[in-house]
Ligand binder design. Structure first.
Ligand SMILES: Cc1cc2nc3c(=O)[nH]c(=O)nc-3n(C[C@H](O)[C@H](O)[C@H](O)COP(=O)(O)O)c2cc1C
Length: 315
């Protein structure tokens, strides 16, 4: 660090205790698979490093795709927090012992942009919204703004549009649901998505225990009707995030892009949620790419909408 810069920073060449707390909090807020936060954060000098951490539930995610997408989300938050502290943030990914690492270095003093400030301010407020959305249309321009937010080298966003695409996606989700019939959590997500409010089904009946208790995971499970799901997909804003290749680094990139779009949405009072499980199946990834005419590899589906306040019985 140059003398002038060190002086501007009170002579310090490393994160202060207060800055370290801001950085730690930023990654703590990141969305992660099953909220497992599968990373370790190490701070040294003006560097912040995330290391992939293997966690339980490997059966759900045998290839570690969700772990690395989660790490990418934490990386996006970390970079935004570093920008918020007034540093240019240079990010790089690597690997050690077959696990992904990602570093962000605060290289020089630099003011955050308005978009960075807007997204950083909602880091702690972003939440997964798993229920159906308000039926109102999204405000004009939102879809383009979300695509802009996630834009990054090697990452593409693609909205599902029209009845044919919605039905194709519904069919692939239905196929995945049959494959994952034994996975209670996946069934719960899909059912919540396709179950309209006021249907008399209490969302809290879909906890892991509740699901088994109401028999939804048995071989007689009634999966959401394909056309109902297609209708829901068509009415909602459903986004596919895809990457140019399918390496561990691509999963990290996809996760960072997901988080940028999610924060942009949150900054505009929109709600969102993410679904990755169906795309753990290679045939679903390739099927989706084919039907959407994508040359990139689909990594996740995100849905965006206007939130509905929870009904009394849902709390
Ligand atoms: C890679 C990844 C996969 C996820 N998969 C699902 C999912 O299939 N279903 C779901 O409801 N939430 C999913 N989530 C959301 C997490 O459960 C959620 O981020 C976490 O529990 C923290 O809650 P929050 O997002 O409300 O802060 C996923 C998140 C990530 C990062």
């Amino acid at each position: 660090m140059s003398v002038a810069r060190a002086e501007a920073d009170g002579g310090r060449d490393s994160w202060s205790a207060a800055e370290s707390a801001v950085l730690a909090e930023s990654v703590h807020c990141a969305p992660s698979v099953h909220n497992t936060r599968p990373w370790e954060l190490a701070l040294h000098g003006r560097t912040a490093e995330l290391r992939e951490r293997t966690v339980l539930a490997a059966q759900h995610d045998p290839e570690g795709r969700d772990r690395r997408i989660s790490l990418g989300a934490a990386l996006a938050n970390l970079a935004l927090a570093i920008r918020g502290l007034g540093w240019a943030a240079e990010a790089a990914t690597g690997s050690a012992d077959d696990l992904v690492t990602a570093t962000v270095v605060g290289t020089r003093r630099s003011r955050p942009t308005d978009a960075e400030n807007r997204r950083r301010r909602v880091l702690a407020d972003r939440r997964s919204h798993r229920h159906s959305f308000d039926r109102r249309e999204l405000p004009d321009g939102i879809r383009d703004a979300l695509l802009d937010a996630l834009a990054a080298p090697g990452v593409t966003g693609r909205w599902i549009s029209g009845p044919d695409e919605a039905l194709a996606v519904a069919r692939l989700l239905d196929y995945a649901a049959r494959v994952f019939r034994d996975n209670a959590e996946y069934q719960r997500d899909l059912t919540l998505w396709a179950t309209p409010r006021g249907s008399g089904v209490r969302p809290d009946a879909f906890g892991a225990e509740g699901l088994a208790a109401v028999g939804l995971t048995t071989s007689r499970t009634r999966l959401p009707d394909e056309s109902l799901l297609a209708d829901r997909i068509q009415r909602e804003a459903v986004l596919v995030i895809a990457t140019s290749a399918d390496t561990p680094q691509d999963h990290v990139r996809a996760g960072a892009a997901m988080e940028q779009a999610w924060l942009e949405a949150a900054s505009r009072d929109l709600a969102a949620s993410v679904m990755t499980q169906p795309l753990h199946l290679e045939e679903v990834r390739t099927g989706l790419a084919q039907r959407l005419g994508l040359t990139a590899v689909p990594q996740m589906l995100m849905r965006f909408g206007l939130p509905v306040e929870p009904e009394v019985g849902d709390r």
